[in-house]
Design a protein around this ligand. Structure first.
Ligand code: SF4
Length: 292
């Protein structure tokens, strides 16, 4: 047998030997669900051991020989990352950082906007973000007070840094359905952005406008849309969003409605996931929802 085939067989043997949650529960644990390990059931304990590196000896009912035999196998399994619970935000952040790693701050200012500034730690790009700003340094994304952005927000900004073109908005407004390749997200836009905004502001257009002003929203002409209210936001220098609001009119049988419109150039600056992130961020700010 050639060495490569031998290596593959050894690898496959090892791979199939790795313990899953179910195997550990089924073949090793007492299944009495006594809770002495700190979780209510043996299955929950198996999950903590395999996915979160909980030590086996937290179960006082396992024989020392069983622990001595299994723990090194589990440690080796954890070293490889097999079956470990993935930290999606960390993975996405690493990937987005790599995409943006080669960017120069001077080029970024040209492409996505913002102003180059000099701080105590060196140059940074001050990028307007809603009514606030983000400081983009060589290896960190910070709020002006020096605290780090949330991880998903960092993923969003790194993606924008990597993808953002230099196109300026042209004032041609489009619903998400008219932007290429966005069909799978239409339901999500309705359920996670437009409907929650309706729930909060139905019958309260003044309250919506007051909240919008806190985050840089500005009332603009609604003539072309025949909506009750049109509010323009500039969350990022090259990315405007228009929020249209029609209030309910029970006598006429009109339901309230909210719709977000994007400049036609948005797909030069953001991919669909980032458009959704930005829309949900707007919803969070307007409703005062906590960012996840
Ligand atoms: S201490 Fe052991 S037997 Fe008790 S629930 Fe935890 S894993 Fe099961």
């Amino acid at each position: 047998m050639c060495p490569l085939a031998q290596l593959m067989i050894t690898f496959l043997r090892w791979w199939t030997m790795a313990k899953t949650v179910v195997e550990l529960y089924r073949d090793v644990l007492p299944k009495t669900n006594c809770g002495e390990c700190g979780v209510p059931t043996c299955l929950a304990f198996a999950s903590k051991v395999v996915l979160e590196k909980q030590a086996l000896d937290a179960c006082p009912y396992l024989a020392p020989e069983t622990i001595a035999e299994l723990q090194p196998e589990l440690d080796a399994q954890h070293e490889t990352g097999k079956h470990l619970k993935r930290d999606l935000a960390a993975d996405a952040l690493e990937w987005a950082k790599q995409k943006a790693a080669s960017m120069k701050l001077e080029d970024l200012a040209e492409r996505i906007g913002g102003e180059l500034r000099q701080g105590t730690e060196g140059a940074f790009l001050e990028l307007p973000y809603f009514a606030d700003a983000i400081h983009i340094g060589n290896d960190a994304l910070l709020h002006p007070d020096g605290t780090a952005l949330g991880r998903w927000e960092q993923v969003f900004i790194y993606n924008h840094m990597a993808q953002g073109g230099s196109a300026e908005p042209i004032g041609e407004w489009k619903g998400l359905e008219l932007i290429p390749n966005t069909t799978p997200k239409l339901k999500s836009m309705q359920e996670h952005v437009e409907n929650p905004l309706l729930e909060s502001f139905r019958g309260k257009p003044e309250a919506l406008l007051a909240r919008a002003k806190l985050f840089g929203g500005e009332k603009v002409s609604n003539e072309s849309f025949s909506s009750d209210l049109a509010i323009k936001f500039r969350p990022l220098p090259k990315i405007p969003i228009l929020l249209l609001f029609w209030d309910e009119d029970p006598e006429e049988g009109f339901e309230a409605r909210v719709k977000l419109l994007f400049d036609e150039t948005i797909s030069e600056h953001l991919d669909i996931e980032s458009i959704m992130f930005l829309s949900e961020r707007l919803r969070q700010l307007l409703r005062g929802d906590e960012a996840k």
